[in-house]
Design a protein around this ligand. Structure first.
Ligand code: ATP
Ligand code: MG
Length: 313
């Protein structure tokens, strides 16, 4: 795959002295043309900072980043013509209508809606019935589709989408990711951050950021295969007490709540299901249910996070 986006040892800090925050710490990535690449990481891990640097809106302290071979610092003018950027918070003009927002963004790039229509048609068809409605009056899912249209209006080669679906209803989120698949199929490089693991799974590759470092970067499948533990999903009537009791079990590597069940990680061969069950029964747990589970991306994420970034690449 040809390279579309490169970050090479990018670092960025904010503040001074004791108040200094290392937002990015030696981040290196290589993203292929037409790749759908996901960035995940907890709050404050540096995702937005990375997007801003890639979008040429912020200077790195150290390191370099390139979009389609253009340097984000010295060639920012070229970069801005070929990227579409959707910042986390909406970039739309709330008092302008759908159509006016599109016209505004088209004009910024010396284009017009008619010329751009082929780029945005699959998405715009959802919006067309509301074209006279003010952006501020659209639903969350509609706003985000409009923001995507605005980011696409100049036919960019690379799309940078910072948590585009956060806070949006599940149906709109699904539709949004279907659109990203379409864009990917057109050869557009899409880099998106998301807090939703089912969205992360749709990416061809994923990078985990923690404390400004890349602690893992691979296909969702490889990330899951590399998970070094077995998983039991466990529940009982008293979920809260259960978590502590599971964590106290000697063979427990780690245990985290995942919806109705807790995920209990253990090394293969160190424990049998019946042993865990009788341990929990001895502690008067009721309605105990234990099943073996495949590790999810979220399990891998929790495990990478708990390693504190020591195994980054
Ligand atoms: N302009 C700024 N001034 C000072 N500190 C900043 C600034 N921008 C980001 N930071 C700090 O840098 C770190 C990384 O922030 P960033 O916004 O990149 O993280 P994030 O992964 O996008 O977080 P979130 O998931 O909350 O959006 C945080 O500790 C944040 O407080
Ligand atoms: Mg952010």
């Amino acid at each position: 795959m040809e390279t579309s986006v490169v970050a090479s040892l990018v670092s960025k800090s904010f503040g001074h002295g004791n108040h200094r925050v290392q937002a990015l710490d030696g981040v290196s990535l290589r993203i292929g043309r037409g790749e759908l690449f996901g960035i995940i990481g907890p709050d404050g891990s540096g995702k937005t900072t990375l997007f801003r640097i890639l979008a040429s809106l912020m200077l790195p302290d150290k390191g370099r980043a390139y979009i389609e071979d253009f340097d984000t610092v010295s060639q920012y003018r070229d970069i801005r013509k070929i990227i579409g950027y959707m910042p986390g918070r909406f970039s739309l003009y709330q008092d302008l209508s759908v159509e006016e927002n599109l016209k505004f963004f088209a004009t910024l790039f010396g284009s017009d809606i008619e010329k751009s229509y082929p780029n945005i048609r699959p998405i715009y068809r959802y919006l067309e019935p509301f074209k006279t409605r003010k952006a501020g009056k659209l639903s969350g899912g509609m706003k985000q589709k409009l923001a995507l249209c605005c980011a696409l209006i100049h036919n960019p080669k690379v799309l940078l989408l910072d948590e585009p679906t956060t806070g949006v209803d599940p149906v709109s989120r699904l539709e949004f990711w279907e659109m990203l698949d379409l864009l990917k199929a057109q050869g557009i490089t899409v880099i998106a951050s998301t807090p939703y693991m089912n969205e992360a799974m749709r990416c061809q590759r994923l990078c985990f950021l923690q404390n400004g470092k890349v602690v893992g970067c691979d296909t969702p499948e490889n990330i899951r295969k590399a998970f070094p533990f077995k998983v039991f999903s466990v529940k009982s009537a008293d979920k809260f007490r259960l978590l502590g009791d599971l964590r106290n079990f000697p063979a427990c590597h780690a245990c985290y709540p995942f919806g109705a069940y807790h995920h209990f990680y253990y090394k293969e061969g160190t424990i049998r299901m019946e042993e865990l069950e009788s341990y929990l029964a001895s502690l008067q747990h009721e309605e105990i249910k234990i099943k073996e589970s495949e590790p999810t991306i979220e399990d891998c994420f929790m495990e990478l996070m708990s390693q504190g970034g020591e195994h980054g690449n």
